[in-house]
Every structure is written in structure tokens, then in C-alpha cells.
Design a binder for this molecule. Structure first.
Ligand code: SF4
Length: 694
């Protein structure tokens, strides 16, 4: 027991790791943060937390933090510390110079789902109102952009349909392509409590995740599919439900487009979608799949939770639509205990997408081509907004290699480490003439930067995050920014260095602008958040207290839309040279590329990424537990230690991507989702062989 004494003061704020959005009391003595205590009134966590939120905050005061701006003429020169004024005018002059020489569309922005809503709103405003283009994208591109497309097409809006409380009313749960016990631990605890009370569980995952069997919990069915076959499995489930007459006809007639349902039903009824036909492709035993489909259709309230194992595929958007079809087919949208729930990986993926950080959408998911919507922003901003969608992250990198994209402001995102096909990302960055990295640490992307703007942590800023249940939580400044400014102030200073004349003095003023321009946030104010603790959007005149459940009386788009989900095999195929399929994920104590968690003493016990390999595949290669192995794909190769386990099937290997030494994304390919360009991180054909180590 460590005696910390009674803290002098405390500040309630929101965890900056995953999309659960747990509330914490940050307790301080003087300016020193002594502990993070889970906040019992936090509506997302109700006094619970995981190891990351509770202990992994030491990165805020880590010696690696860069606290002063730096510039350099070219990337082969050493960094030079300068004043904020000098750094910002250097950056502004370079960006303006590039636009004068190469056109206003030659520069753009990548922002992060780690940033607050207010910061994200300002960054897309910077792009649209100051740069004069729509070249703004977010790291949600590489995680949940297919959720945006898929749920937008089927239900009419890109958001989870339920609140977390809803899980307490569910009877049968599908968890597909998600590992909540590691990725969303506090939600997983609530789910496990419900499972212990008798709810049934169907897990669809290539790997035997902990939920399949752990203390007092055992899934009724684990459909251990081959990586890349989600669409075929989901369609086979629908085939059983339709051909055995288990669909909810009354619900569909009342709530959905009946003609589109008939087209969809004809499609899934085809014998080529039967579990027996698809078994050879998916690897899922037909009888197991039939039983799972019957359980979901007849087991009472059915809820579906999914993660990046759904979205990060060449058919990520198709699977999201297939999941939405499955929910509508069984009448499982629009009341407590049911629904479609994307488990957002980062703290503010939902908010980042809500705030218009995609190149085709203004805040509130409204297309930039819509003149009426542009007019709302133009009236307030006093500038014309380009009607043409801008470039997505991969398009920016392609255009940089081709020579037409020259400058990038990259806020809170280490694209060199986290985006796929590292060599291509490096080539794109190297070809640019002005790369501005705005971050806490000198990350891998900063190797290619000309300007480094030191960022602030979540402890050093005011704002809001929106969690996976659309809950807008307050982020409160716990300590003064060690770098001198909160991130929203830095973006404002850059905009003003380029001539904008912005005068925000507090993020509440930015929220007022969000509310004035974005219908789903129309009723959100900082006063309301103080009064209620948090609210779930839509929060407006029609729902002044927010909206825990969506699509209750009807879908946002009107009638729910069934969409035919044809399976198309990924171009990434295993073969004699690369016979295994690699998939990736994360562990409880680490977070994404580890920039924060690796700089926190509490988690040093997990010091490397491991390659999980089935004992048969290991034996065939003469590998033993702990051996160094070379992991090679068509894109590149890396070295890591082997962990022999039957959690993965023969033919499948698995690793995490938390450590820069591993560089897991040297391996991944540039294949991506057909609709959104979300990279296909979850399927890479690889070979594994014994190695002498790095
Ligand atoms: Fe933070 Fe997520 Fe853990 Fe909650 S579950 S403490 S939001 S990392």
C-alpha cells in the first residue's frame, strides 16, 4: 500500500485512451498529479477503470516530452529550438509559399482521434477556411471510417445505436472482430457481468480471445473464421435466418424498406451463401454457424458489438452493412438491450468523425457538395468553402510521391508508425517540402518534419471527448500546459499566422460555434455539461437531455435500408511464398503504437510485441517458444519473438503493434476498404522463419 495522503485538490476529467470514455478524479498536491481515481458519478464507467486510465499517465511529465518549438530547413539538418512566433511564422510562410507555387490544394492536414472535439473542429476549419481546400483527414480513416460509411448507408448516421447501460438488458450478444477485455476493458466488465447473469455470447473472431472462455464465462459459439471472410460469415448467418423463417417480418415491414428487404432476402437465400457452401471458404463449421444464427434470431434481445477486426479489411464497409442487415433482420435496433455498437478504439474517434474531419464531410456528417450546408459555415466564417471533397490520407501520400501534394500539418498522429506500408508513407513524407508535426514526442513521423510544434496532453487542456456511446464528456485542465499552450491555442496561432484573425479565448466558445452549425450538437453547452455531467448526442431542441438510444421511432434516414453484401475476396492471398495469414490486435496494458503507455513506468513489464503462432506451424518451421523469428510479407520484414499458442488456428499468426522496434506496419500492405480506403491491417500473407534476432 502506498500512502499518498489527502490530496489538496482534485479535477474531474476524462480518460484519453479508449472509446469507453471513463471519468476520473485527478488528485493533486500542489501542481503534482498524485493519482487518478475512477469517478463514481462517471456515466460511462460508474466508478470503474482499467490499468491504462488509472496508472498510465506518467507520459505527461516524461523526460521525452518536447517542450519548445523547433524548425529546420531540410530533414538532413539538425533541429533548432526557436520561439513560438518564429516557428509559426516559419510554418505559415512555407505553407503559403507552397500554395502560391503549387496551388491551394497542394497542402493539407491530418488530425487525431486523440484530440478534443473543439481542437478537431478548429483543425477542419483551418483546412477549409484558411487553407481553402478540403484536404483534411483523421486517423479514424485507418480504423472506423467503414463504420461511418456502413451505418450511414443503412441507418442514416454514423454512430453506435445504444448506450453502454443497454448491455444490462441484452439476452444474446455477438462480439465480432473485437477483443473488449483488452481493448475496452471497462465495457468488457459490464458485458461479462451480464453474461454471468445468463446472457448468451457468440464470438466471431479468428483468434480465441479471452471472452470465448474465462472465469464463469463461456461463449455458446466461437465462429473461428479465416481472416478476411467476415462478409461470408455474416451473410451465411443471414441465410439461415431468412431460409428458416426466423426474421422479424413485422419489424421489417414497419421500420425498413420492404422492397429492399425482398431484394436482400433473395440474395442471401441463394445456396451459395449457405453455411455448408461457405464452410470451405470461412473455415467455420456449418452446423456451428446454423446454431449461432438460430440463437441470435430467437434468443430475445440481440446486440452486436464490433471493432477493428470488422472495419480494417478490404470489405470493412461491406461487413458493417452486413451487421446492420443482421440487426434489422432480427428486429434488433431501437430499444434497450439491442443494437449495433462499434467499439471505438481511441478516446475520440466518434467525436473526430462528428466534427467534420473527413475530406468529404462538414461537421455533422454533411457532404461538402451540399450548398445549403456550406452556406451555414460560410455565413459564420466569412469565406467560401470548396465544394469538392479533398484528399484522404493515402491519396495525400500518393499525391506527394507524384509531386502535387507538398505540405502537411500532422496533429497528434504518428503516421509513419501507425499507417500501413511504412515504405510508402516514408516516400510520401520525404517528397513533401513542409511537414509540420504537432505532437508530444519526437515521433517517427518527425524524422521527416521541418517544423515541430510541441503538443499538450489531455491533462493540460479544456474541451470535450465523445465516447463510443455518443456521450460528450468534459475534459478539464488539471495542470498548466508544460509546453506553454493547449493544442487548440496552437492551431489558432497557426491559423492567425496565416492571416485568419481568430479570437477564441476558451474552448466553450468553440463549442458554441459547433452548436450553432451542427444540428446534433445544437443544445450542447459547457453549462449543460456541468449540470448533467455528460450528454449523448443528438442533443437539441427535440432531445434537450440527449439521446441514449437512437432509431427508437424510426431510423435517422427514415426507413432502414437493407444492402446486398456480396463477398469479394481480398487481393491479399496466401500462397507458397507467404503461406500464413497475419492478423493484429492489442493488449490490455499497452495502447496503439505505445507512445504514451511505453513512457509510463507502470506498464514496463510488457516490453515487446510477440508473434502468436500455432504449435503445428511452429513445429513445421523448427520454432520453439521465445525463439526470434523473421516475419516477412510482400511489403517488408521484421523480427520478433515467437509465442506458441492454440489461440490462433493453424495457418494464422497474430501480433500486436505497440513497439516501434517491431514496426509491424512494415509488413502490412496498401490494400484498403473499397469505400473508405481504411487499410486492410487485419489480413497480410506472411512467412515465418527462424532468425538470429534483430
Ligand atoms: Fe481509459 Fe478505456 Fe481503460 Fe476506461 S477502459 S480507463 S477509457 S483505457
Amino acid at each position: 500500500v502506498i500512502e499518498l495522503g489527502t490530496p489538496e485538490r482534485s479535477v474531474v476529467t476524462t480518460c484519453a485512451y479508449c472509446g469507453v470514455g471513463c471519468s476520473f478524479k485527478a488528485e493533486l498536491n500542489g501542481d503534482e498529479l498524485v493519482r487518478m481515481v475512477p469517478y463514481k458519478h462517471g456515466k460511462a464507467n460508474r466508478g470503474h477503470s482499467c490499468v491504462k486510465g488509472r496508472f498510465a499517465y506518467g507520459y505527461a511529465t516524461h523526460k521525452d516530452r518536447i517542450l519548445n518549438p523547433m524548425i529546420r530547413d531540410s530533414i538532413d539538418q539538425p533541429w533548432q529550438e526557436v520561439s513560438w512566433d518564429e516557428a509559426l511564422s516559419f510554418a505559415a510562410n512555407r505553407l503559403r509559399g507552397l500554395q502560391e507555387k503549387h496551388g491551394r490544394k497542394s497542402i493539407g492536414v491530418i488530425t487525431s482521434s486523440r484530440c478534443t472535439n473543439e481542437e478537431t473542429f478548429l483543425v477542419q476549419k483551418l483546412t477549409r477556411a484558411v487553407f481553402g481546400n478540403n484536404n483534411t483527414d483523421t486517423c479514424a480513416r485507418v480504423c472506423h471510417s467503414p463504420t461511418g460509411y456502413g451505418l450511414g448507408q443503412t441507418f442514416g448516421t454514423s454512430a453506435g445505436t445504444q448506450d453502454f447501460d443497454s448491455v444490462e438488458h441484452t439476452d444474446v450478444v455477438i462480439v465480432i472482430g473485437a477483443n473488449p477485455t483488452d481493448g475496452h476493458p471497462v465495457f468488457a466488465s459490464r458485458l461479462k457481468k451480464r453474461l454471468r447473469a445468463g446472457a448468451k455470447l457468440i464470438v466471431i473472431d479468428p483468434r480465441r480471445i479471452n471472452l470465448v472462455k474465462s472465469a464463469h464465462i463461456e461463449a455458446s459459439h466461437h465462429l473461428q473464421l479465416r481472416p478476411g471472410t467476415n462478409v461470408a460469415v455474416v451473410t451465411a448467418l443471414a441465410h439461415v435466418i431468412v431460409t428458416e423463417g426466423l426474421f422479424d417480418e413485422d419489424y421489417i415491414r414497419d421500420r425498413c424498406d420492404w422492397d429492399e428487404f425482398l431484394t436482400y432476402a433473395d440474395f442471401v437465400r441463394d445456396p451459395r451463401h449457405s453455411p455448408e457452401t461457405s464452410e470451405g471458404l470461412t473455415g467455420v463449421p456449418a452446423e456451428e454457424l446454423r446454431k449461432a444464427a438460430r440463437l441470435f434470431a430467437t434468443g430475445g434481445n440481440g446486440a452486436i458489438y464490433y471493432g477493428l477486426g470488422v472495419t480494417e479489411h478490404s470489405q470493412g464497409s461491406t461487413t458493417v452493412m452486413g451487421i446492420a442487415n443482421l440487426a434489422m433482420l432480427t428486429g434488433n435496433v431501437g430499444r434497450k438491450g439491442v443494437g449495433v455498437n462499434p467499439l471505438r478504439g481511441q478516446n475520440n474517434v466518434q467525436g473526430s468523425c462528428d466534427m467534420g474531419s473527413f475530406p468529404h464531410e462538414l461537421p455533422g456528417y454533411r457532404h461538402v457538395k451540399n450548398g445549403d450546408v456550406r452556406a451555414i459555415f460560410q455565413d459564420i466564417w466569412g469565406v467560401e468553402i470548396d465544394a469538392e471533397p479533398g484528399l484522404r490520407i493515402p491519396n495525400m501520400l500518393d499525391a506527394a510521391v507524384d509531386g502535387s501534394f507538398k505540405g502537411l500539418y500532422c496533429q497528434g498522429e504518428d503516421i509513419l508508425q501507425s499507417d500501413p506500408d511504412t515504405k510508402h508513407v516514408a516516400a510520401g513524407l520525404a517528397a513533401m517540402e513542409c511537414v509540420i508535426v504537432h505532437d508530444l514526442f519526437l515521433n517517427e513521423t518527425a524524422n521527416y518534419a521541418h517544423v515541430f510544434l510541441p503538443g499538450s496532453t489531455f491533462l493540460e487542456k479544456d474541451g470535450t471527448f465523445t465516447n463510443a456511446e455518443r456521450r460528450i464528456n468534459r475534459v478539464r485542465k488539471v495542470m498548466a500546459p508544460r509546453n506553454g499552450y493547449s493544442d487548440w491555442e496552437i492551431t489558432q496561432m497557426l491559423a492567425n499566422a496565416m492571416g485568419a484573425g481568430w479570437t477564441y479565448s476558451h474552448p466553450s466558445e468553440i463549442m458554441a460555434e459547433i452548436a450553432a452549425t451542427t444540428p446534433s450538437f445544437a443544445g450542447v453547452t459547457y453549462d449543460l455539461l456541468e449540470e448533467k455531467g455528460s450528454v449523448q448526442w443528438p442533443c437539441n431542441e427535440a432531445s434537450p437531455d440527449g439521446t441514449p438510444l437512437m432509431h427508437v421511432d424510426g431510423f435517422v434516414r427514415g426507413k432502414g435500408r437493407f444492402i446486398v453484401t456480396e463477398y469479394v475476396a481480398t487481393d491479399e492471398k496466401s500462397g507458397p511464398r507467404f503461406p500464413l495469414l497475419l492478423t493484429t490486435g492489442r493488449i490490455l496494458s499497452q495502447y496503439n503504437v505505445g507512445a504514451q503507455t511505453r513512457r509510463t513506468d507502470n506498464v514496463i513489464w510488457h516490453d515487446q510485441d510477440l508473434l502468436e503462432i500455432h504449435p503445428h506451424d511452429a513445429e513445421n518451421r523448427g520454432l520453439k517458444e521465445g525463439d526470434w523469428v523473421k516475419l516477412a510479407s510482400r511489403s517488408g520484414e521484421t523480427t520478433l519473438r515467437a509465442h506458441l499458442t492454440d489461440r490462433v488456428s493453424p495457418g494464422v499468426v497474430y501480433t500486436t503493434f505497440h513497439h516501434p522496434d517491431t514496426q509491424a506496419n512494415v509488413i502490412t500492405t496498401d490494400f484498403s476498404d473499397w469505400a473508405t480506403n481504411c487499410p486492410e491491417y487485419k489480413v497480410t500473407a506472411v512467412q515465418v522463419s527462424l532468425s538470429n534476432g534483430p
